[in-house]
Write a protein that binds this ligand. Sequence first.
Ligand SMILES: Nc1ncnc2c1ncn2[C@@H]1O[C@H](COP(=O)(O)OP(=O)(O)OP(=O)(O)O)[C@@H](O)[C@H]1O
Ligand SMILES: [Mg+2]
Length: 269
Amino acid sequence: TGRRLAVPSTRDEIAALGATLNGLLARLQEALERERGFVADAGHELRTPLAILRTELELAARPGRSWEELVEAVSHAGNETDRLIRLAEDLLLLARADNAQTFLRPGPLALPDLLATAARGARTRAAERGVSVVVHSPSPLSVAADPDRLRQAVDNLLDNATRHAPAGSVVEITATSSPTGTVTVEVADRGPGFPEEFLPHAFERFHRAETARTRDGGGTGLGLSILQAIAQAHGGQATARNRSGGGAAVTLELPTDAAPDHPQHRSCT
Ligand SMILES: Nc1ncnc2c1ncn2[C@@H]1O[C@H](COP(=O)(O)OP(=O)(O)OP(=O)(O)O)[C@@H](O)[C@H]1O
Ligand SMILES: [Mg+2]
């Protein structure tokens, strides 16, 4: 707890100013603590793959390795390196997303085509487990957004959905446009859904619902925060809920005239 101004008990401008400044100090402190937590989490996430990488390299360098052992160690080291690269890319993206002006390269894009391509990409992996991916999208549906970022947001959702979807189930991508000038993309699955207590934290960086941080069981917990950063940079928002009948549904909502850095959407925390 930081130091605060002693606010006089008078009800004048000085008291009001004191209270305002204290509020500002409290918010600054919160922001600082959040950043500190983020750096600590990032450090933690970097440490594990780096430690594994080091072990694998040590194994590979030991005298008397057979060719097979060598190949295996190097291939494991390669996997961990890939993980580190992904992590670095995710962290860079989150850092850059704060500035929508330079982060986004918006242009008109055909949303149904983008969703169809994303679905095709996800099917390869989903099909191994008998999970199908279907797209419901009204055909003329265009939105001014950054196509690459939008694709990345949808890919993150599809990755989550197909990972949690039970064998033989259907993952649904649904695009809708509302007369109020928003376009909504929802990815829904029939998996276990989100634990209720996790929902308020779903978009926090590094937050995961599964407690076990297994090596290959899941990701780093950045996918949904990246989705939210992309949504907010467009002046939109992301929401997560559980479906009636079971399963998770995550929605990305974008204004049809998505203007980057729209003043009313910038939060000042
Ligand atoms: N479709 C879903 N069904 C159930 N739980 C989900 C679903 N999507 C996400 N979650 C939960 O939310 C957590 C955060 O998701 P997020 O995409 O941010 O991270 P991740 O998938 O663990 O890692 P990353 O996306 O960085 O590879 C997940 O760890 C998982 O516990
Ligand atoms: Mg994910």
